[in-house]
Design a binder for this molecule. Sequence first.
Ligand SMILES: NC(=O)c1ccc[n+]([C@@H]2O[C@H](COP(=O)([O-])OP(=O)(O)OC[C@H]3O[C@@H](n4cnc5c(N)ncnc54)[C@H](OP(=O)(O)O)[C@@H]3O)[C@@H](O)[C@H]2O)c1
Length: 304
Amino acid sequence: MPVALTGATGFLGSHLAAHLLAAGTAVRAVVRNPERGAWLAEAGAQLAAADLDHPAALEAAFRGARAVVANAALGSNLGTLEDFVRTNVGGVENTLRAAASAGVQRVVLISSVAVYRTRIRTFQNESGERYGHVKRPFVWSDLTTDWRYAMTKCIGEDRALALAAELGLKLTVLRPGPIYGSRDSRWTARLLGYHRRRLLLAPTVGVPMVHAGDVAGAVAGALGTDASVGRAYNLAGPPRTLPVLLAALKRLSGRGPLVVPVPVPLWVGYDTTAAARDLGFRSRPLDEGLQEVLLGQAAQREAK
Ligand SMILES: NC(=O)c1ccc[n+]([C@@H]2O[C@H](COP(=O)([O-])OP(=O)(O)OC[C@H]3O[C@@H](n4cnc5c(N)ncnc54)[C@H](OP(=O)(O)O)[C@@H]3O)[C@@H](O)[C@H]2O)c1
């Protein structure tokens, strides 16, 4: 029986699908645009068309699956407040209800560390204070994360936990930090843009980025055991600064800008002890993760 994966045509979704397929797990890629999912069918996934706004289509797409990975969402800075509520709250509700109607009990929800109130120079664990359900006047994370995203991911998590209890679903919530990896048009694309420069002033803020393949590994770990049911887990790497990332890219590619570090003694971190213990989560070494990014970039260039 396949694992149904929403948002399979997105950045993380593509890594989740590839990881599960490589491990011999049957995948049903639930996509809103099947044309964009042609490569998934070629890679061996089943394709099902469904928008998060359409409960009946979701239910049909989930029927016969052994689990649902609720990955589809609207990312930071991509819409209006109404769009965020519809997708990240309504879409999660529709996904869980459709899973229950289709007879699928096991659900893994991809949430985000954006649900926390940002704390600097500390490794927050899963009981850290969260953003909440209303817009705060100002929080530090407003400088880096769209508050509409943070707030609706927070509400989406809570609705998912409440619905899981009501519908008898076995739910695990995963909270990745900023994700990097090949095929990422946001964070990683920005990093590669800096890598192409000749000179860069780079602040030394530490960011707990995690490779998409390591998030995929944790999803597979969650699907493999019920130990994580009813719990939420941080998935993040050690805080890394832009000068460190660019130095690693230079080491791996033999080129890169002259980097002038701008000292900013801030970092944000997350405790991943629970994910390591229950899901087998590990954050790969930086060089390994960035090598995957460079190989992906080369493959994309070749395909053009
Ligand atoms: N990227 C990060 O740094 C990061 C960090 C923490 C958590 N996350 C979480 O990881 C998950 C995946 O994010 P991502 O970075 O891979 O973003 P992404 O590349 O934008 O992928 C989002 C996916 O959701 C799909 N989607 C959006 N609205 C939909 C709708 N109404 N109906 C059906 N599908 C819809 C998109 O479909 P199309 O392909 O058709 O556009 C896309 O496949 C999200 O839950 C996000 O909150 C991401």
